[in-house]
Structures are given as C-alpha cells and as structure tokens.
Ligand binder design. Structure first.
Ligand code: ADP
Length: 492
C-alpha cells in the first residue's frame, strides 16, 4: 500500500511528546512490512536539521489557495533516519513555522489549517495519490473534511483517511475565519452539529470533531482510552460524537520503536545491557549520578520524564520528589512545562533543592539525557490524570526501570501491579499501580516499590526482568493499522 502520514511532529526532527515518536515508529514499521510510506510535515525553523539527510527542493512555488488569494510554498524533501519526509515552507509574512516553537501561538488553528491545506494541495499538484492518508490529532483534522468536501472533486476520489487521536484535550477550537481561509465556503453548512460545530460552544468550530466525522476510520492510542473517551470526561466533550461514529472507532495500543529505545543497542547510554546482564544498568546508574552530580549511595533513583502539564498530574510529581527524599530515595526529573506558572513553580523548586545531593531537576527538553535516565533510574513515576497511551512506562519497562503509574488509559493496559493484579500471574506482573488522585495513593505505591528495593532486592530484580520481558514494540500495532487500512481502502 501507498501511505502518506500527515502530522505536526515526527521524532527525532521535531518532537514535543509521544506524537512524534508514534509518527516515526509507525512509519518505520509499515515500511518494514513492505508498504511505501511518505510523511508530510511543516518546515519549522526549530527542527533538528542534523537528523535530516539529503535535504533538497521537491516542489518550488507551490501555490496554496488562501483567503481567496494564494500563498506560495516551497516543499523540501529529505530522509529522517530512513523515512522519506516532505517539509512544507510557506513564504508569507505570517511566518507560520518560523517562530522558534511548535505549539503555543494564539493563531495555532490558523497555522495548522494552513499546513493541512498546503499538504492537500501538494498531494494534488504533485500527482501523489496514496491509498491511505493517515493524519494525527486536531492539527490535521481538516484534511478529511477538505478531502471529502473539495479535493475528491479535483481528482482525489480514491483516497481514504485514517485519523488517529493522541490527545482529546486539545481539539483545535476556532472561529469560521478558518473556513474562509481554506475555501470551505458555506459556514452554515459546516457549523452544523453533525459536522464541525463544537458540541458545547455553538459559536466555535472543532477541528478534531471534523476529523472524526469525515474520516473513514478513527482511533485513539489504547483500547482502554477508547472506552474512557466515549464514556467519561476524558473525551472532553466528544464522547457523543464518538458514540455516533462507534462503528469506525477503536483503540490501538501504541508501540515503542525498539530501534531507538533498546538498552542493548542504545548508543546514547553509558553502558549497553540486556535482561541477562543487569550489571550494565548499574553502570548507567553511576554515570547518571556523575552527570547530574548526585551523591553516590545505595539509594534507589526514582525518575519522572515528561511534560510538566496538568494532564501529567504535576502536583503529584511535585509530591513524589519530597516523598522520595523522605523515604531515602533519590529523585531525577526531566520535564518541560507548558504554562508559565508551572514553569515558575519548578524553577523555584530547582533553586530550593539546589544543594541537595539526592535530587536533580532538569527543566527543558533533552532527548539524550532522557535515554540515560531511563537506563540509570530504578523506578519511574507516571501519576497522570489521564493518559491516552503513555510511552514513558513502555520505554521504562524495556530499560528495566520499574513503572509506578496511575491506573488510567494506556497505563492501565500496560502496567500490572506486582501485589494486586489478579488478571496476571505473579510472574507476568511488571510494576505498581494506584488509582486515586490523592497523594496517599501515590505514596502507598511508591512505598511498596521502595520497600521491595530495600527489603527484597532479589525480588526487585525479578520484577525488573519481568518488565523487560514484555514486548511493546510496533509489531502488534503495525498489524492492526494494516488491517484498518485494508478495511477502508475500497470503502465507498
Ligand atoms: P505525551 O505524548 O503526552 O507528552 P508520552 O508518554 O506519550 O506523553 O510521550 C512522551 C515522550 O516524550 C517520551 O518519549 C518521553 O521520553 C519524551 N519526553 C517528554 N518530555 C521530555 C523531555 N523534557 N525531554 C526529553 N524527552 C521527553
């Protein structure tokens, strides 16, 4: 099959979170299975250009219709660790992608509506006719809308769309200027409840809803989250829309790209190791301590890696630091805050704890350090309020780092409590799970993990190995996505 992925991120060139990992990892898996895969991305100024090979012109002066006129774009082409990517660079004074950030502009819906329009125009004018267009999250929600309302009449009548939702919290709410800009000319038609009108704000369009309504298939990134999104508040108002479209909606658990995330081959860590040789892991622990100036001791290292965002349970992350210190453990945090107040709070903590030899807070995005932390830490905490899939716990398991997670979404589908999970035999359990959002719940899970580390080191090592045995690679998800593509390919 010929598959084009259209997304706002692709690791490692441009990654703000799990979406980037998924777009890259899935593309690689699909290619390994014999499909032809191409990616279309915005050409951000803040990309890691050192990860793009052979960047060259692919299409000069692509005219993209916009507000009745047009904006010219240059399209560049290059390989990101073997994946063929097209980067769209608009030449307009809006400087949509030359702002030093990926998300966070007041005009984000407009920026990504333009990207979606330009991607469709590029496919049309370069005569690319993929079997499947796979788009991701609200940023590309307009793609299926434009395909079925416009581009199918221009010669793209055979293309089918798979739409993957990685996070329901951000849906791309905007006004009807987006319709005018993209040439979707009948506002009253699109503002209908059955199409793009937001379920709760009758004056707003919802780009993610458009993606759900118009795509041939919709999925989120774990089966449990697919259920949660339909029946609980974590669907953020789209539960009813999903219910209406339930025949084409499911959850497919993300995989992890073990070519990038594998302690046996990882060149970014201090010493490679595998399940039968955990001495290598101890060397990474030592290297991590040296790099972050932590005291050398027999204490466990507990880590947090991820966005510092309300979704991730920042207050509990904060509490985990002090609880760990209290319980004679060390704590390493690697996180970037999305809001100014959370950022200020953690900078304050960083200064406050500066002289403490048992803790290090690294504020910012650092892919290389993330690898060393996964390899050097003993446990990782993931106290998310909701988590569509979660990659942190999956990567941790591969690196023999015991996950301590809140039992929601994909965390619930992948981590099985060592003491209480009755659905898995003791030798299949791989971490610790707590359910409530209060600090006591987190403490009780951390307490059990730290207790096992100190009191029963052999059993702790056994738990580490049980986690490493799990295979959360892309194999299974690859098959499931291909089944979805097969199902929609000939749909009319
Ligand atoms: P989300 O997509 O909600 O941010 P996921 O758990 O799905 O969360 O994916 C997070 C990914 O981003 C993981 O690969 C994690 O290692 C990485 N990551 C998150 N924050 C940072 C950071 N500050 N530095 C380096 N990597 C990070």
């Amino acid at each position: 099959m010929y598959i084009v992925q259209i997304a706002s991120e692709c690791a490692p060139v441009i990654k703000a979170g799990g979406l980037g990992d998924v777009v890259y990892g899935l593309s690689r898996e699909l290619e390994n299975r014999g499909n032809c895969v191409e990616l279309i991305l915005p050409m951000y100024d803040c990309m890691r250009y050192d990860h793009i090979w052979g960047l060259h012109d692919a299409y000069r002066d692509l005219g993209v219709p916009w507000y009745g006129g047009e904006i010219k774009c240059d399209v560049f082409c290059g390989w990101v660790h073997g994946r063929l990517c097209f980067f769209i660079q608009p030449k307009s004074q809006d400087e949509f992608f030359n702002r030093g950030y990926v998300y966070g502009g007041h005009d984000d819906p407009m920026r990504f509506a333009f990207f979606s329009k330009a991607a469709m125009e590029f496919l049309l004018k370069s005569n690319k006719r993929p079997d499947i267009i796979h788009c991701h999250d609200w940023q590309t929600g307009l793609i299926p809308v434009m395909l079925y309302e416009m581009y199918q009449y221009y010669g793209m009548e055979r293309q089918r769309v798979c739409y993957t939702i990685h996070n329901f919290r951000h849906q791309g709410n905007c006004g009807n200027e987006i319709l005018e800009a993209t040439g979707l000319n009948r506002p009253e038609y699109y503002f209908h409840y059955d199409r793009l009108r937001d379920n709760f704000n009758p004056f707003a369009l919802n780009l993610m809803k458009g993606g759900i309504v118009y795509s041939n298939y919709v999925n989120t990134v774990s089966p449990h989250h697919a259920w949660e999104a339909r029946y609980t508040e974590v669907g953020y108002g789209l539960g009813h829309t999903l219910e209406l479209h339930q025949d084409k909606f499911s959850g497919i658990l993300n995989g992890v790209d073990y070519n990038l995330w594998n302690p046996e081959t990882d060149e970014l860590i201090s010493s490679m190791y595998g399940i039968d040789d955990l001495k290598g892991k101890a060397k990474n622990k030592k290297a991590l301590r040296e790099q972050l100036l932590l005291a050398d001791s027999d204490k466990p290292i507990i880590a947090y890696i991820g966005r510092l965002d309300d979704q991730k349970g920042v207050n509990q992350v904060h509490h985990a630091i002090y609880y760990a210190l209290n319980r004679k453990a060390q704590f390493v945090l690697l996180g970037s805050a999305t809001s100014a107040d959370v950022n200020a709070k953690f900078w304050h903590e960083k200064h406050f704890l500066n002289d403490n030899p048992d803790v290090h807070l690294e504020l910012g995005f650092n892919e290389e350090l993330a690898h060393l932390i996964y390899a050097g830490a003993d446990m990782v905490v993931v106290p998310s309020k909701f988590e569509p899939c979660g990659l942190t716990q999956l990567i941790s398991l591969k690196y023999g780092t015991v996950p301590i997670v809140r039992g929601v979404g994909g965390l619930l589908s992948t981590v099985f409590d060592r003491d209480y999970d009755l659905n898995h035999a003791p030798e299949k359990r791989n971490g610790y799970v707590f359910y409530q959002t209060d600090n006591y719940a987190l403490e009780s899970a951390m307490e059990r993990a730290i207790g096992l580390f100190y009191e029963y080191p052999k059993e702790f090592e056994q738990l580490v190995q049980q986690g490493m045995e799990y295979d959360y690679s892309w194999k299974s998800a690859g098959v499931q996505y291909i089944n979805v593509y097969d199902r929609i390919k000939y749909q009319y």
